[in-house]
Design a protein around this ligand. Sequence first.
Ligand code: A2P
Length: 279
Amino acid sequence: MDNFVLQNGVEIPSIGLGTWENRDEKSVIETISAAIEIGYRHIDTASVYANEKFIGKALKNAGVDRHKLFITSKVWNTERGYAKTMRAFEQTLNDLQTDYLDLYLVHWPASPSKYENWAELNAETWHALEDLYKMQKVRSIGVSNFWIHHLEPLLKIANIIPMVNQIEYHPGYRQNYVVDYCKAHNMLVEAWSPLGRGKMFSVPELVQMAAKYGVTVAQLCVKWCLQNGVLPLPKSTKPARLKENADVDGFTISAADMQVINSLQMESSSGQFPDEIDF
Ligand code: A2P
């Protein structure tokens, strides 16, 4: 797998393994072992996924040099603020059995619909990430689920611009305005649920196009992300699917077909909008 290069020069493997909802110890350990065997080196987790301890165990068992792995985690919504973020980070390191992270993200912005002091709260959390970066406890820092109205005030107070914004992104929910803003500010966009949690598999245009290229819809979605300069984080617990989702080098989506996907008229988001979530 190739790499994307972040604004600070850190290389990040171009397809990562999403691990949301995989919280059973046996399943996590089997999935991570299979993924490593297949060639995944980029694992995306979060404290709220409640699987960091199992991922830590699986990675220890896998016997791959830590420096060859790229591990991302995220600070949860109840841990916002400087001191709490610092504590949450140490817990995450402990659970993952590592002494540094490759990428640490603010999982969701504090939003204006919920907090009067939302911008200050995001600023405090961000300053904690900046300090962790300066202390070299994390190789890169970023945010997740931030829309432009969350990013703008953050950029005003930031000493370090977020290197990544991880958002929901798939053919059924493209969030072009966020992607364009991030690209203009040199932030790599990562796609959570790049397969639309499976909803893309029955979109007729994608089914037909995948058949034309002799690939699966999952592979088409992964490749579409990559060709749009977005880093996909497909999730699976099944070895055959892990392999399939990472096996996308053998075809290129034509410019005309990229345009077809980029103009699909559908709204198929998860409905988890940063100003509306109740968690
Ligand atoms: P499973 O874990 O049983 O493979 P997303 O990454 O967009 O959130 O989608 C994840 C969902 O898609 C999961 O339900 C996962 O189920 C399923 N999935 C992942 N990869 C594939 C694939 N290649 N073919 C079919 N289903 C897949």
